[in-house]
Design a protein around this ligand. Structure first.
Ligand code: A4P
Ligand code: MG
Length: 216
């Protein structure tokens, strides 16, 4: 298990400028041209540059805030994934798996010109740089990067299931995502605000003093 000492930065990961405190909830709002899935399957998806990409970040080993911060910069270090908004950081009760430390979770909203499979490869390469070792399903991890949504794609491919098959039941995904994009839609489930209202938000606490950042 484990791997990254506290404060370790992934090799080559740039620092993100623009980090600010997160005292009031919303950090950044998706701009109107964000290519988002639509709540109704009958209406056409909005057009925009690249595909919408939502990534859930999680860490419960080592310096969790630093892992999220550095993981975010590593995902964004090439221009083919462009950040649109990032949530605040939340401390969350572990869901499933063995007894383990609380997680820090956050959500990145981005647009990308990469195919979905290439995004998965990028995420797994970044996880590997953070010393992620897969020993146990739902076990503790230095950094977990889950693709929550890629455009309005729906797939049951076990290698890349879209949307993420458990996103709709996880407040640690839904709450930060909603904060970063109040109009978010989870394909197949509807508006994230409604999904979260049905699910409840127990066990998910915003950390006002922990910040991520977006590139300037
Ligand atoms: N995979 C399929 N679809 C996707 C997708 N949309 N995004 C495949 C990313 N990966 C996807 O993932 C296992 C396999 O899922 C990969 O080979 C990939 O091809 P993994 O990251 O190796 O293992 P995992 O994360 O332990 O498994 P899993 O089932 O993805 O777990 P989850 O659902 O990610 O849950 N509690 C709190 N509070 N916060 C957390 O962040 N995370 C988990 C992990 C459990 N409990 C948690 C948290
Ligand atoms: Mg995962």
């Amino acid at each position: 298990m484990s791997a990254v000492r506290d404060g370790a930065r992934a090799e080559g990961a740039p620092e993100l400028p623009g980090a600010t405190a997160c005292p009031d909830g919303a950090r950044a709002v998706a701009p109107p041209d964000l290519p988002r899935p639509t709540a109704s399957p009958d209406s056409a998806p909005a057009e925009g540059p690249g595909r919408l990409l939502v990534i859930g970040l999680g860490s419960n080993l080592g310096d969790r805030a630093e892992n999220l911060r550095d993981g975010l910069s590593a995902v964004l270090e090439q221009a083919d994934i462009e950040a649109v908004a990032v949530s605040c950081v939340y401390r969350t009760d572990p869901v499933g798996g063995p007894p383990q430390p609380d997680y820090y979770n956050a959500v990145l909203i981005a647009r990308t010109v990469l195919p979905a499979r290439a995004v998965l490869d990028r995420c797994q390469a970044v996880e590997a740089r953070f010393g992620r070792v897969r020993e146990l399903r739902w076990g503790p991890r230095t950094l977990d990067l889950d693709i929550i949504v890629y455009g309005d794609d729906v797939s049951d491919d076990p290698e890349l299931t879209l949307p993420h098959p458990r996103a709709h039941e996880r407040a640690f995904v839904l709450l930060p995502w909603l904060e970063a994009d109040p109009d978010a839609v989870l394909p197949g489930h509807g508006r994230v605000a409604d999904v979260l209202a049905a699910r409840g938000r127990a066990g998910v606490h915003r950390l006002p003093d922990v910040t991520l950042g977006l590139p300037a």
